[in-house]
Write a protein of this length. Sequence first.
Length: 614
Amino acid sequence: MATALHWLLLGSLSLMIEHSVFWRGAFLIEGREFGWREWWKNTIIYQIYPRSFMDSDGDGIGDLKGITSRLEYFLDIGVGAIWLSPIYRSPFVDFGYDISNFTDIDPIFGTLDDFDELVDHAHDLGIRVILDFVPGYTSDQHPWFVESRKNRDYRNPYRDYFVWKDPKPGCVSSDPRECIPTNWICPFDGPTWTWDETRQQFYYHTFPKEQPDLNYLDPSVREEMKNVIEFWMKRRVDGLRVDAVAFIIEDYYMRDDPPNPNFQPSELATRPQYHSTLNIYSHNHPDHHEIVKSWRREVMEKYSTEPNYRFMMTEAYNTPAVLVDYYGTDDAPEADFPLNFQFMDLHAKDLSGTAIFNLVDEWMQNVPDGKWPNWVVGNHDNYRIGYRWGMEYARAANVLCLLLPGTPTTYYGEELGMDHIKVMFEETQDPWGKNNPCCWEEYSRDPERSPMQWNMDKNAGFSTAEKTWLPVNDNYKMGVNVESEQKDPTSVLSLYKALARIRKQRPAFHTNTMDYGIVSDDIFSFLRRPNPDESDQPSYLVAIHLGKKTIVIGDYVSTIRANGVTINSSEGVVEISSRMDRNGETVNLEALELTLGEALVVRIGKDSPLKTEL
Ligand code: BGC
């Protein structure tokens, strides 16, 4: 445990020194040390969409040197790990998720040397680097696919690298192209089988036809992909976000997915719709867990030597009850956590304290004992929070994400309250928008991928180009940018920094548990308490107004007591208010007032001991 003197010393040194303590193995926090295998529990994971973060060479597209030039920003805002969406060689049909070389950097982003420099600099600052690992498919330009599609000759070493199938047996059509092997539909809508004239077979692609799926039944594919992980581990990558993991193995018997009896077709849609079938054979084959376990056991563990634990999180959209399987078991561990997308499908019309409670509680109920939760409010595949919940809740969303028990993921710009942009069809970049001219706005993910807003300069300081790959949101001129928000003590960024500090410094936020306070249509609130051996440390009430009323007043004391939790005072001190205008205010927890969209982080007990100032 760090002493007060220790903290005084650390506090008076620069943040950089604080982080280098972290790098040596365990980050010292008041009241608790996280071990070297747990670094990912005590930090925020920040998702960078590399095309949109920082452009160093003026071509209008972000790159690695750009990211390196901005690494100090993460020290300032309290982020200890960055996750980069794909940076590998790619024709960019799906903006880097279609990979033509898994072990090289695309020239748009730079070189392997640039990557090494980024890692070096990040590690010097105590920042971990997590890569997107895309195991399920390649680009159709990948040499493996180029070779595989040439012929079915058994001497072709790449023959079975992809999921090749003959026309469906029993199909009566004289045109083999009409005899698709199964009725499986792409998660973004559209077909999943493409006929190849040369091989006279279909190949399977979960996503666009330019992204053929790898065949994990071929042992060479399994070996190749382990080698890919190994390559990046050797380059000192600290962890992986495993992309689209539930799609890597399909039904061995090629059974059709049954129709979805509850499907409501969209009148506008022109392509087969994903939800028209129940995707039980195409996705989520149980055997894919064995593969993830083998990555953990055979590769990640091999490189997890003190102090460099290699972390893994998985991406799959499903119910919490299904997703928790990705934690694996004590004997056969898998990911450190499956990404938790509970908040993604919640939209303004359904937003309420009760709705948030239901989503949070469902996740918490399912997390196995001893495992660590995590929270996500946005990413590159979903509209930003302003569109989904409304900008008036953007601050509250950060409070939720950073102060619920577990590890938060921040999508770049959320810390500023960045909003989505509008992109017309002619300007649309995302294949899912382009493929659906009828209703591109429903599909396109361009709105949430606009360039990072750094300052008031041209293109918000993102790039010196005449035209950036996606337009910059004009609201950077109204102060939604890093530089302006740094100067404003009431900005979303100032709030974010305060939240990052409190979750790191106060033991109450270092556990994987919580208790609920008032939960109603207007309010979602919860209590964070330190472990019993740190009971001299303060507890916190986090109360958030997610309703539609202008003001709500609640008696938190009675509710918390009714929930069986003893609290030592009905008075509290607001340590952080989401608008940063009530910090320091003494409040009565029996009649605590919140205005619409407001969140308060209240230290319970006016005189609770504090070892350090925030
Ligand atoms: C990624 C998407 C991508 C898809 C297909 C997903 O899981 O997050 O951005 O479009 O994989 O490659």
